[in-house]
Write a protein that binds this ligand. Structure first.
Ligand code: NAP
Length: 270
C-alpha cells in the first residue's frame, strides 16, 4: 500500500476542468520521487478557498483565471517580481504563511532562451492582456528592447507605459524590425484555430517566434511563421517552464521536464 502523500498541492481557478496542471505536476512528483498529490479546485469563493488552503495545510497552489490579481490581498507576502507584475500564479504555504509568486513570464523567458540569447534583442509583444503583462515584464528584465503591438489603443498604450516602451497599433506591425515576436492574444486558440492575429507578411526568416497558446500545439500563427523560415516555440514550452518553476519553488527539487512535457503533450493530443 502507498503511504499517505506528504504534501497536497493544487490549482485554483474557475473553470478548471480542462487544466493540464494536475496531470503535469502529478507525473512530476512521481518521477522525482516526491510523496505528494496535486488536485484541481474549482471555486467561486476565493476568500473561503484561501482560508481552506491555510486550514488544511495545502502546501502550494497554482492560481489561474480569474484569480491571478484578486488573490493578492489574501496573501501574507509577495515575491518582488509578482509585486511588480501585479499578478500571482503560484502560492507557497510555509507553516501557514502564504507567499505569492509569478512564474508565467519567467517560464516564457526560459522557453525563449532555449533558442536565442535575449540580451539586447528587439522584441514585439502582440497583445496587451494578462499574459502580455507578465511576459513583457520579464522580457524587459531579461534585457530585451520591447515594443507593444495591440488592436485597441487604450490597452496597448497602458501596457507600453507600464513597460516603459513604445506602442504601435497592430495593423502597423509590419513597420518594425524585430528579432523576437511573442503572440499573447487568445486568437487562434481551440476551437477557433483558423483565426490569425497578425498580417501574414510580418515574418522574416531570422526571427524567433513564440505563441503563448498551447491548444492547438502548433497554431496557424506558428505554422505560418515556420513556413517563412522562422524558429518557432509553442506555448507548450512556456506552460512546461512555468510549471517547472512552480515545482522548484514547492519542492526545491529539479523538475523532470521531459516527463512533464510528455504527459502534457499526450493530454493535448487526446
Ligand atoms: P486576455 O487578457 O483576454 O488577452 C487580451 C488581449 O488579446 C488583448 O490585447 C486583446 O486586444 C487581444 N485580442 C483579443 N481578441 C483579439 C482579436 N480578435 N484580434 C486582435 N487582438 C485580440 O488573455 P490572456 O489571459 O492574456 O491570455 C492570452 C493567451 O495566453 C491565452 O490563449 C492563454 O491560454 C495563453 N496563456 C498561456 C500560458 C502558457 O503557459 N502557455 C500562460 C498564460 C496565458 P484588445 O486590447 O484590442 O481587446
Amino acid at each position: 500500500m502507498k503511504s499517505q502523500p506528504a504534501g497536497i498541492y493544487g490549482v485554483l481557478g474557475n473553470p478548471i476542468g480542462h487544466s493540464l496542471s494536475p496531470v503535469m505536476h502529478n507525473a512530476a512528483f512521481e518521477a522525482a520521487g516526491v510523496n505528494a498529490l496535486y488536485a484541481a479546485f474549482e471555486s467561486s469563493d476565493l476568500k473561503g478557498s484561501i482560508a481552506g488552503m491555510r486550514a488544511l495545510g495545502i502546501r502550494g497552489m497554482s492560481i489561474t483565471i480569474p484569480f491571478k490579481i484578486s488573490v493578492i490581498p489574501h496573501l501574507d507576502e509577495l515575491d518582488s517580481m509578482a509585486e511588480k507584475i501585479g499578478a500571482v500564479n503560484t502560492l507557497v504555504n510555509s507553516d501557514g504563511r502564504l507567499k505569492g509568486y509569478n512564474t508565467d513570464g519567467l517560464g516564457a523567458m526560459k522557453a525563449l532562451q532555449t533558442k536565442i540569447d535575449l540580451s539586447g534583442k528587439r522584441c514585439v509583444l502582440v497583445g496587451a492582456g494578462g499574459a502580455a503583462r507578465g511576459i513583457g515584464f520579464m522580457a524587459r528584465e531579461s534585457g530585451m528592447e520591447l515594443v507593444v503591438a495591440n488592436r485597441s489603443m487604450d490597452r496597448g498604450r497602458a501596457l507600453a507605459d507600464f513597460l516603459k516602451c513604445p506602442f504601435i497599433p497592430l495593423e502597423r506591425i509590419r513597420e518594425i524590425r524585430v528579432d523576437v515576436m511573442i503572440q499573447t492574444t487568445p486568437v487562434g486558440m481551440f476551437p477557433h484555430e483558423d483565426e490569425f492575429p497578425v498580417p501574414a507578411d510580418v515574418f522574416r526568416k531570422e526571427m524567433v517566434v513564440m505563441d503563448a497558446i498551447y491548444n492547438p500545439l502548433e497554431t496557424r500563427f506558428l505554422k505560418t511563421a515556420r513556413a517563412h523560415g522562422c524558429d518557432t516555440i509553442s506555448g507548450l514550452e512556456m506552460f512546461i517552464h512555468q510549471g517547472a518553476e512552480q515545482f522548484r519553488l514547492w519542492t526545491g527539487v529539479n523538475p523532470p521536464m521531459d516527463v512533464m512535457r510528455a504527459v502534457v503533450r499526450k493530454g493535448l493530443e487526446k
